[in-house]
Ligand binder design. Structure first.
Ligand code: SUG
Length: 441
């Protein structure tokens, strides 16, 4: 069956800010309290989409979510008018206010886990929105994300939308890598968790976000055919070094897997298991690139986000690598990437400026959700959400019109931000044509 990988990406929201909300995510911890640049952040996100578009990768744009979310403010006893609630929360609970204003839904890799129809026994695409239950500011995303994904993948004959899991922490596709010979042929889905159900020691410094029980449940409810799911534990040492999601340390494109030697708990033994399981599930050889710690320390992997790249199929069937500028500026990673280009692993290298998102720990891989669709499934996508030059120009104009240049933490107390944010999200949902579905989310 002919199939292609679509990338779903969210327009960065107008309240993008740095509040240090994610312990264990070193960039978020480091930049908390700094001023942000929402307008630049949104343009950087759009430019990343333009890079993908030029490579022929089909994309769908999701809208930013309504912020602030009022429920948690009311739950904490804030009442009165919207402006009064915001003013009081700014005074008495500034972290809570930052949380309900967070634009964190920009990191669409955490939106959901998705299994393409080639892998599932009922031959439908299965989608489970992530509960993001380990971080209060991120858990606010789930209902809106679920509504947006239903709007993006509307046809019930093709798409199964599961409710978010309630049993354990789930952070979506950031901890899932699908390997295959070709997108349209059955694959092997790696579900990587940080916290084991029993026995194995977890991280000591930071909390693990993805729980084994969640990964297990995803593989089961997505009806993956026997042999198509493989659960692996992250290396707790890596989590303690700042690898809060597996996509900070490993990346795949079809039969190519690029990983750091310290990615998985059992090191080389886990890589052997992946190789063997790939052979059986995909009837081919895995192309495995292991970056050794002598070559790149865990600290540098986290600082450069080398693995938080996008590896996408090019028109000629090769792999293009899209990664953050930080990798170009680091001598070790830029040399490594040049070698991988020279030996043909990557057909081309593209360095994108995502500094606004990077300062919150979000690289190129975090900013998109991969959805493999057959041609007929792709026809069911709403055309208004499809990225092209025309939509790009309209979104760019929307950003210039509605987004602030700069946002200081203290600006979250400004009551005019409430209306500005509402106007921007309304304009984006109207432009993408999903207004009412989304508002009712
Ligand atoms: O969940 N940062 C996000 C970054 C998510 C990156 N996604 C992937 N690796 N796929 C997080 O930690 C920081 C928000 C703040 O501190 O203001 C934040 O939520």
């Amino acid at each position: 069956m002919n199939a292609r990988e679509f990338e779903f990406a969210s327009l960065v929201g107008p309240t993008h800010n740095y509040a240090g909300l994610s312990p264990g995510n070193l960039a978020s911890e480091r930049h908390g309290g700094n001023a942000s640049r929402p307008r630049a952040a949104a343009h950087q996100g759009l430019e990343r989409m333009a890079t993908l578009h030029a490579l022929g990768v089909p994309q769908l744009v999701l809208p930013p979510q309504p912020r602030p979310v009022w429920g948690p403010l009311r739950d904490h006893g804030f009442d009165g008018s919207d402006a009064q609630m915001v003013e009081r929360a700014a005074r008495d609970a500034p972290q809570l206010l930052a949380s309900v204003y967070s634009a964190s839904c920009m990191w669409a890799a955490n939106a959901a886990s998705v299994s393409p129809s080639a892998d599932t026994t009922d031959c439908r695409v299965h989608v489970t929105p992530a509960n993001l239950s380990r971080e209060p500011h991120r858990a606010l995303e789930t209902p809106f994300t679920a509504a947006a994904l239903r709007a993006a993948l509307p046809d019930r004959a093709y798409f199964v939308h599961h409710p978010a899991l309630s049993i354990a922490g789930d952070e979506g596709a950031a901890n899932q890598i699908r390997l295959c010979s070709e997108h349209g042929t059955p694959g092997l889905e790696l579900f990587v968790f940080g916290q084991a159900e029993r026995g194995a020691q977890g991280p000591r410094l930071h909390h693990a976000r993805q729980e084994e029980a969640a990964s297990r449940q995803l593989a089961s409810q997505h009806r993956l055919a026997p042999g198509r799911a493989l659960l692996l534990q992250q290396n707790p040492v890596a989590i303690d070094a700042g690898v809060f999601h597996n996509d900070v340390i490993a990346s795949g494109d079809r039969s190519l897997l690029v990983v750091h030697e310290d990615a998985f708990r059992n090191g080389a033994a886990d890589l052997d298991v992946i190789r063997e399981r790939f052979r059986k599930a995909c009837d081919g050889e895995l192309r495995l690139i292991v970056v050794e710690r002598e070559r790149l320390s865990l600290a540098d992997a986290v600082a450069t986000y080398l693995f938080n790249c996008q590896m996408v199929e090019t028109a000629s069937g090769g792999t293009a690598w899209i990664g953050p500028r930080e990798c170009q500026e680091h001598p070790g990673t830029s040399r490594l990437l040049e070698e991988l280009r020279a030996d043909g692993t990557f057909e081309s290298l593209h360095f994108v400026d995502l500094r606004e998102s990077m300062r919150n720990g979000g690289g190129p891989a975090c900013l998109r959700l991969r959805v493999v669709l057959t041609d007929s499934e792709a026809e069911a996508l709403p055309s208004g959400m499809r990225y092209d030059e025309h939509l790009h120009a309209r979104l760019a104009a929307l950003i210039d019109r509605h987004y602030r240049e700069r946002l200081e933490p203290a600006d979250l107390a400004d009551p005019s931000l409430i209306e500005e944010s509402r106007a921007a999200v309304d304009a984006a949902t109207a432009l993408l044509g999903i207004g009412s579905v989304y508002q009712n989310g």
